[in-house]
Design a protein around this ligand. Structure first.
Ligand code: 13P
Length: 256
């Protein structure tokens, strides 16, 4: 059986100034900066990326952005491109987060363009998919997740797919304190792995890390992380404090 390295990423969303970000990163690095059993990524807002990157230099903690534009440069006021992110040593980028989809109108087509651009520029996408409460209640969870996944990955090659990270984030669980049950989460994770098998072959699907996101906390993480197809977490609220974030990394490291 292939064992996938667990993956814990902190999505800071629109929180932390550059100085606050440095403090948080220093505390994280002091606790888990030599962690090699778990891949640890912090995703600060753009204004804190470069300083956070400097603060984690020399540690095993990696740097991710929360969004990007699909073009490399040009007249796109207010946007940031993949080469700009690469130039400050960003390795990962969150794409298609439900907040981008619902609050900023991002479509599957746009997410697809961003995924292709990230991969072309050697940035590893953390592709977010997930259903709303209404979609879950109407029984269309798997259909929604399938459409979002397939559309976002159109044109992605088998080779590129190996570097991909997928995050299943049920929208109703984000920032609400309502966490999906382990059964609900595992069901969707296994379904996503099945989709990846169809799209890219079994060996590729076995390599891709599929994260759970939505009110993951130190208290509920061990049970979620012990599921066969749950390879880590994309953490919002609990990533804003070093203590809880470090506890989540430790919980992931404890799963064998
Ligand atoms: P919370 O952990 O705050 O629910 O946020 C999850 C999330 O959206 C991570 O991207």
């Amino acid at each position: 059986m292939i064992s996938r390295k667990k993956f814990i990423a902190g999505n800071w969303k629109m929180n932390k100034t550059s100085a606050e970000g440095v403090t948080l990163v220093r505390d994280i690095v002091a606790a888990v900066g030599k962690q090699t059993d778990v891949e640890v990524v912090v995703c600060p807002p753009f204004t804190a990326l470069e300083s956070a990157g400097a603060a984690l230099e020399g540690s095993s903690v990696k740097l991710g952005a929360q969004n990007m534009h699909f073009e490399a440069s040009g007249a796109f006021t207010g946007e940031i491109s993949a080469p700009m992110l690469r130039a400050i040593f960003t390795t990962h980028v969150i794409l298609g987060h439900s907040e981008r989809r619902t609050l900023f109108g991002e479509t599957d087509e746009l997410v697809n363009k961003k995924v292709l651009s990230a991969l072309k520029n050697q940035l590893k996408p953390i592709l977010c998919v997930g259903e709303t409460l209404a979609e879950r209640e109407s029984g269309s969870t798997l259909k929604v997740v399938q459409t979002q996944t397939e559309r976002a990955l159109e044109g992605v090659s088998k080779d590129q797919a190996q570097t991909l990270v997928v995050a299943y984030e049920p929208v109703w669980a984000i920032g609400t304190g309502k966490v999906a049950t382990t059964e609900q989460a595992q069901e969707v994770h296994a379904f996503i792995r099945g989709l990846l098998t169809k799209l890219f072959t079994e060996p590729v699907a076995q390599k891709v890390r599929i994260l759970y996101g939505g009110s993951m906390k130190p208290a509920n993480a061990p049970e979620l992380l012990a599921q066969k197809d749950i390879d880590g977490g994309l953490i919002g609220g609990a990533a804003l404090e070093a203590r809880s974030f470090v506890e989540l990394v430790t919980a992931a490291a404890a799963i064998k």
